[in-house]
Design a protein around this ligand. Structure first.
Ligand code: UD1
Length: 417
């Protein structure tokens, strides 16, 4: 399972480079199937979720080669539209192959996806959207069989701006014979990155990043090279690491505009943030202050993926911070672990009330999902004594070289496999 062993209370300094965004890289790699020609994807992080996606691509018959952060995907000879249950269960993002396979093969056979246990995570919006586009869906013994000829496009109104469903609709309709309009689309930067990649292959997608996205189907797509955008959640994690250790750190290769939803919480906590080009410099006070209520929301609201990480910050901030989780119904599992470290947190329904303490104490804690694990690492950096974060396989899903990067900043953190 692996552990991180952290000796807390070391000040950080220097600069850290943020790697490519997991949540962009996964749909873009899946999109290569829809492209049907060789593609070169740069700035791809080295993560276990990326490994799972590469396994799916290969199982479909794609030729995939990796060289550091560059992944070559040639889907011109895919031989299957079927993803095994074992591969589907490795991550949530496997569902994005649904739209991509429908574009490439007119069919997709798969089971429900896996992923971090942060709530029910149904796929009803994905399936409803595909039906709206004319896809025939049958489900039996856990297998979902989707078939369609060349799609003709249509109008899909999403009941909730689901990130994955928006991506699937874009992928399913990118080579349709008509025009598809998504109303109430997710506006996350990862949607924009996917659309920019597909447009670089000759797709005609407009409005990505807004609530209405229009996809004019094209006959074919072409080879392209594309660099994945920086990971905004990883950037927020390094900001939190600086904040809880009273440090000044430069976080490099970020798109600061993507982090605006989290800036105000850090500033209210007493941190100074200076932005210059693709760099953010965060300077933190000796004692953080409690910040205004966090309400997780679809972008451009506060990201649910930063909720656990900011809770670790709130744990040692002077005063009471309220945190509402509005996106997932079971995303407070880190609370029990933070309490083991001496945090004072009370949860009622969707709200966590965090009464900041002066110090956390190091102990053995378990990662319960990807961002919960990252939150525990942040807590360990400021805790007295030794913190052992267990089950770091969850953290490996989304953080490339986390211990190395924190060590370079001055943290004392060792990986034990
Ligand atoms: C993506 C991100 C994840 C992030 C989430 C919200 C990836 C790989 N993952 O996940 O890190 O936390 O966006 O920003 O990009 N829902 C349904 N039915 C559906 C689809 C979603 O009820 O068919 C619900 C989910 O259970 C959840 C909410 O809608 O409560 C948001 O889900 P969604 O936006 O689809 O998130 P993901 O694409 O799974």
């Amino acid at each position: 399972m692996g552990q991180y062993v952290i000796e807390g209370r070391n000040r950080l300094c220097g600069s850290v480079r943020v790697h490519g965004a997991k949540n962009s890289a996964l749909p873009i790699l899946a999109a290569c199937v829809a492209v049907g020609r060789p593609c070169v994807i740069h700035n791809c992080p080295d993560l276990s979720d990326i490994n799972s996606t590469v396994k799916i691509l290969r199982s479909l018959g794609c030729d995939v080669r990796r060289n550091d952060g560059t992944v070559f995907v040639d889907s011109s000879r895919i031989s299957s539209a079927c993803i095994t249950d074992g591969l589907m269960r490795e991550q949530r993002s496997s569902i994005i192959f649904l739209g991509s396979l429908l574009s490439a093969r007119g069919e997709a056979v798969m089971s429900a996806p896996g992923g971090c246990d942060i709530g029910l995570r149904p796929i009803d919006i994905h399936l409803m959207s595909m039906k709206k586009l004319g896809v025939k869906i049958s489900e039996s013994h856990g297998e979902i069989r989707c078939t369609a000829g060349r799609l003709t496009g249509g109008k899909v109104v999403l009941p909730f701006p689901s990130v994955g469903a928006t991506e699937n609709i874009i992928l399913a309709s990118v080579k349709s014979s008509g025009v598809t309009t998504i109303i109430n689309a997710a506006r996350e930067p990862e949607i924009v990155d996917l659309a920019m990649f597909l447009n670089s292959c000759g797709a005609r997608i407009s409005g990505a990043g807004e609530s209405t996205v229009v996809i004019e189907g094209v006959e074919r797509l072409y080879s392209s090279q594309y660099a994945i955008m920086p990971d905004r959640i990883v950037a927020c994690t390094y900001m939190a690491a600086a904040a809880v250790t009273g440090s000044t750190v430069v976080i490099d290769e970020v798109i600061p505009a993507h982090l605006v939803p989290v800036f105000s919480s850090f500033e209210q906590a007493g941190c100074r943030i200076e932005v210059s080009g693709s760099k953010i410099r965060i300077s933190s006070p000796e004692r953080l202050r409690a910040f205004d209520r966090i309400q997780t929301m679809p972008y451009p609201g506060f990201p649910t993926d930063c909720q656990a990480i900011m809770m670790s910050v709130a744990c040692i901030a002077d005063g009471i911070t309220l945190i509402n989780e509005n996106i997932f119904e079971n995303r407070f599992r880190h609370v029990t672990e933070l309490r083991r470290m001496g945090a004072e947190i009370y949860v009622q329904d969707k709200t966590a009330v965090v009464n900041g303490v002066r110090n956390l104490q190091g102990t053995l804690v378990h990662s319960t999902d990807l961002r919960a694990g990252a939150a525990l690492v942040v807590a360990g950096l400021c805790a007295e004594g030794r913190t052992t974060v267990d089950r770091i396989c969850y953290i490996d899903r989304g953080y490339d070289s986390l211990a190395e990067n924190l060590t370079a900043l001055g943290a004392v953190i060792k990986r034990k496999d």
